[in-house]
Design a protein. Structure first.
Length: 408
């Protein structure tokens, strides 16, 4: 790398850090200093343009499987900053990172300082070898311990940790993570809740975990013993193209009822609930995941009617027997916003659309203007009688996840 290129990388790194501070993703001096110090371009694949390496919103793919599916990446800088801040990492702490890439571990090493400790674990030896080599090449080899193992189980001689930051999408919280976490430690995990993922910062409260913050995010899925595969139903259209319905849980028992559904007439139901352009409604997706039986995510193959209507719908749906509906929008607020509704296929499509619209209206009345929901994890053996009566409850292997919206 030429001197001019090194200088350009330093300039971009400084600009990236300024941007993350201005956006509020970085709020502490230690995290700011770490982002100014660690050369992110040294941890992404060779040939990655510097402008990509230092783009605040861009993750960089580092590995795909034999089918071309992404299985490892260097996460977007804004999300790495958010998660380190969520974890409350500070000087002298011991931190476990689950999911290796090298760059995030180097940031953590800068934050905890020479008196702290960072352990980074990944199930894929190719990933850990690459991370370890990059850390050594950038001077962090002696400050980060890289381990190749399945983090569903305790890291050998690893704990206890003041913070555990998980950088892969997790469907559950295994007992090993709680066993390795100090009583006052923070667990930050991209938790998948009926197909919707949030980076949740948890602290202990009596016999369970309670969220202190939750951020919208997306991560590659966990591999190994903690993997949880979605069920996917492919609906063909008249031209041999497909719409996929992806179920994290609660998949229909008899998917054959949907055979030929795309050949039926389409109906629609509108909610009267509007939103201005460029205003987030991510909590509506989480509300669906909690309170809409038959909830699924929708993906339309190029060439389908749905794919051709990009911008008029969002990839969240509901299956009811022989029909399915999906979240739709149409212009409202004199062109300054949109109205939510649902479009549907099937003999009983109008009923499916009405069920989705009912939950749009419930979200608007009960949750839209109130505080953020509280997410809790109740391990097997915890006192479930303490779960709030109005909480949504999602069953996991190692416990229950509850989501509670305070009254608006």
């Amino acid at each position: 790398m030429t001197e001019a290129t090194v200088d350009h990388a330093a300039e971009l790194r400084s600009r990236l850090t300024d941007e993350l501070v201005a956006a509020g993703h970085i709020t502490s001096a230690l995290v700011e200093a770490a982002f100014r110090a660690v050369p992110r371009h040294e941890f992404v694949p060779a040939g990655t343009p510097l402008e990509v390496a230092y783009n605040a919103d861009e993750s960089v793919v580092t590995k795909k499987d034999e089918h071309g599916v992404l299985i490892s990446s260097v996460s977007a800088p804004f999300l790495q900053a958010l998660m380190i801040e969520q974890a409350g990492v500070g000087r002298g702490m011991s931190v476990l990172e689950i999911g290796s890439g090298g760059y995030n571990a180097a940031l953590l090493a800068e934050v905890v300082g020479p008196e702290g400790r960072v352990v980074s674990v990944d199930i894929d030896p190719e990933v850990t070898d690459r991370a370890d080599a990059a850390l050594k090449a950038t001077g962090y080899g002696s400050r980060v311990t890289v381990v190749s193992a399945d983090a569903e189980y305790p890291v050998p001689d690893g704990g206890p940790f003041d913070a555990i930051i998980v950088t892969v999408g997790a469907w559950d919280i295994p007992p090993a993570w709680l066993e390795q976490l100090t009583p006052t430690g923070r667990l930050v995990v991209p938790l998948r809740m009926n197909g919707i993922t949030r980076s949740v910062a948890f602290r202990r409260e009596a016999d369970h975990l309670v969220s202190t913050s939750a951020e919208v995010c997306g991560f590659v899925a966990m591999q190994g013993a903690g993997e949880h595969a979605e069920r996917i139903f492919r609906l063909p259209d008249a031209h041999g193209r497909h719409i996929d319905l992806r179920f994290d849980s609660g998949a229909p028992e008899n998917a054959s009822l949907l055979d030929g559904v795309l050949a039926t007439g389409r109906t629609e139901v509108w909610s009267g609930v509007t939103i201005k352009h460029r205003v987030s409604f991510a909590d509506l997706h989480l509300w669906f995941a909690c309170f809409l039986p038959g909830f699924c995510r929708v993906a339309a193959e190029e060439g389908t009617e749905l794919a051709g209507e990009s911008g008029t719908w969002f990839p969240y749906g509901i299956v009811r027997g022989d029909s399915f509906a999906y979240l739709a929008v149409r212009p409202a607020l004199e062109g300054a916003g949109a109205e939510f509704g649902a479009r549907a296929y099937g003999a009983h499509g109008e009923a499916a659309a009405a069920a989705m619209v009912e939950q749009i209206q419930a979200w608007d009345r009960q949750a839209r203007r109130g505080p953020e929901p509280t997410i809790a994890f109740w391990p097997v053996g915890s006192d479930h009688t303490q779960i709030p009566g109005d909480a949504a409850v999602l069953t996991k292997t190692h416990g229950l996840v509850t989501i509670s919206w305070p009254a608006s």
